[in-house]
Design a protein around this ligand. Structure first.
Ligand code: SF4
Length: 101
């Protein structure tokens, strides 16, 4: 899904990436939002593309579907590795995660 940025609505396109160097592999994110996160055979979490493909490149980004935003944000908040980063696509500013203000 492609969420368009609409003036006045506050709806913005967001993307999420994981810093695998810090991932503990506990799988909390995959429990909260299995449509977005999945553990690979190396025991670390990776993001999934809009068409459900696991993106195995470390630090790869995937779009955050709006209906799953709360689950993704909860994942970032609960992530023990503090390694889930959610940012605005438009200016790459982190809005949820360890780098958010
Ligand atoms: S919640 Fe964080 S530390 Fe745990 S598997 Fe997901 S990305 Fe890794």
């Amino acid at each position: 899904m492609n969420v368009q940025q609409e003036a006045g609505t506050g709806v913005e396109e967001l993307e999420v990436w994981i810093d695998q160097d810090l991932c503990t592999g506990d799988g909390i994110c995959a429990q909260y939002a299995p449509e977005v996160f999945e553990l690979d055979i190396d025991g670390l979490a990776y993001v999934k593309s809009a068409d459900d493909e696991l993106l195995q490149t470390p630090g790869a980004t995937a779009p955050v579907p709006l209906p799953l935003l709360n689950d993704v944000v909860d994942s970032a908040k609960e992530c023990p590795g503090e390694c889930i980063h959610v940012r605005r696509v438009s200016d790459r500013t982190e809005v949820y995660g360890p780098g958010a203000e």
